[in-house]
Design a protein around this ligand. Structure first.
Ligand SMILES: [Zn+2]
Length: 499
């Protein structure tokens, strides 16, 4: 795997660096276990499971989900806030203006036969009886519907355009279709499974747009000219929602290690893997760390709202900070799905070795920290794209180094991965992703256990030092440097001397 190759190289460099460090600072007796090792030993799937049971129960008593702007979300926030307050954290619940796309009804008929359709979020509504026109099948190339040229071979006026997913956003596809005169757009999946997409934000849609499965899309491809009726009645809810932020009372407040997970579920189910797992693992890590740990850097834990509505909570939070306040954040760690029932073991591709898009400076070190920790437990980790699909997106946008863990969603496990990690090849990492069966039974306890330990270890190690990420040495390292120096003191924050 590209990630392993790359990390071997950076791993060797890291080894030399830390070997050099040890030579100048090795204590005469064995050092006590680091905070990172201690915390990784304290957390376990058992502790996380207790919080998952609480979240499941909250969903059951609140209409089956914990989605934004519901009692289930409020109760989830209150549960976590209560635990953290008791543990001595400084807890706040900053609010943000949120929106939620609500579909009241939707249907698709082709020559009178129903086809399953999912309205794309922020699609315009139709009248109750829908829009009707002949089916126009867009020819498939590498960039289907991604430019005006794609629509020049035929007359799309008054048609419902069938466009294959891929290469550009759904918003772009429906826009070019609209420009060519189509009255609606249907995007067909390019991989197995339902297609529930988003046009990104309110106002982004020009024509009613829905998604269908690859199989249905293939069947429709042979039906050009058939009469299609697409109906979607929907609206956008506006409301005020809460994030939850809890920070240790110890450690530097100008070099804060921030770790977050989204707490909201989708409307369709209780969201125990997505993202009860990340939320509960982070909570357990925070509780075992305590509100006043012996850390160099403050640790800020965050639970985000309205992630499933387009990363709204985390985005609003980052934007609410001044440039200086953003600068106080040393790095951001994200945990969105860490107990998938057919688990993969992934860390975000901070060095760009897997997907060619490195994160901000420092992100490579974060990826390596996770890879190294899992290596030490005998689990090989693969890279997963920093695609902007979860709450790290806005942190990355403003230049904050980011990383995190992920055990897989609707993606399919390969033969090689099944040999390496166990589980079922050819099946989704999480077959219950975004559905009602994402409940307590939808968790791989071993994956949860390994991940919460990884979360605890890496979060605590950055609490001790972010030297590898941003060159700010820990207090202990600075002390050793000064003691080793023949001159009085190295300048604060001067990191070259360590190397
Ligand atoms: Zn999620």
């Amino acid at each position: 795997m590209p990630a392993a190759k790359k990390s071997l190289r950076t791993g060797a460099t890291g080894l030399l660096l830390s070997a050099g460090l040890v030579l100048t600072s090795a204590p005469a007796t064995a050092a006590p276990p680091s905070l990172a090792d201690q915390l990784a030993n304290k957390v376990s799937a058992d502790g996380v499971q207790r919080h998952l049971i609480a979240l499941q129960r909250i969903a059951e008593t609140n209409g089956g989900n914990r989605s934004a702007n519901t009692g289930g979300y409020d109760a989830s926030i209150d549960y976590i806030a209560g635990k953290l307050t008791n543990a001595g954290f400084e807890v706040s619940t900053p609010t943000f203006d949120a929106t939620k796309f609500v579909v009241e009804s939707e249907s698709l008929e082709v020559d009178g036969q129903p086809v399953d359709v999912r309205t794309m979020s922020f699609s315009p509504s139709t009248e109750a009886d829908g829009v009707t026109g002949p089916l126009a099948v867009l020819p498939e190339d590498d960039t289907p519907g991604c430019g005006p040229d794609d629509f020049q071979g035929a007359d799309y006026t008054g048609t419902v355009a069938l466009i294959r997913r891929g290469a550009c956003t759904f918003a772009e596809k429906q826009q070019y279709a609209a420009d060519a005169g189509a009255i609606a757009a249907v995007v067909s999946n390019n991989e197995p499974g339902e297609l529930s997409g988003t046009l990104g934000e309110p106002g982004a849609g020009s024509i009613p747009t829905g998604g269908v499965t690859q199989e249905d899309g293939d069947a429709l491809t042979g039906k050009a000219g058939a009469s299609v009726t697409f109906e979607t009645v929907n609206h956008v809810e506006e409301f005020v929602e809460r994030n939850l932020v809890a920070q240790t009372r110890t450690g530097r407040a100008d070099n804060v290690v921030t770790a977050g997970a989204h707490l909201d579920s989708v409307d369709e189910g209780p969201g125990i893997n997505d993202n009860g797992s990340g939320s509960a693992a982070l909570l357990e890590t925070a509780l075992r760390m305590g509100g006043s740990p012996k850390v160099t850097n403050a640790v800020r834990f965050a639970w985000w709202g309205a992630e499933e509505q387009g990363l709204q909570g985390s985005t609003a939070y980052v934007r609410s900070l001044s440039f200086e306040q953003q600068l106080d954040i040393a790095l951001y760690l994200n945990f969105d799905m860490v107990g998938s029932p057919n688990a993969g073991y992934f860390a975000y591709d901070g060095d760009g070795s897997d997907f060619g898009e490195p994160g901000p400076q420092g992100s490579a070190h974060i990826e390596k920290s996770f890879v190294d920790y899992f290596d030490s437990t005998g689990v090989r980790i693969e890279g997963t794209e920093l695609s902007g699909r979860s709450d790290y997106a806005e942190f990355v946008n403003v230049g904050i180094p980011a990383g995190g863990l992920f055990t897989g969603a609707e993606g399919v496990k390969t033969e090689e991965q099944a040999r390496e990690w166990g589980g079922e090849a050819g099946a989704a990492y999480d077959p219950c992703y975004h559905t009602a069966c994402d409940n307590l039974a939808n968790i791989d306890r071993q994956a949860l256990d390994r991940n919460v330990k990884g979360i605890a270890h890496v979060t605590a190690s950055y609490g001790e030092s972010t030297e590898g990420v941003n060159g700010v040495p820990s207090r202990q390292q600075r002390k050793e440097l000064r003691a080793a120096s023949t001159r009085s003191a190295a300048p604060e924050g001067h990191s070259e001397a360590v190397r």
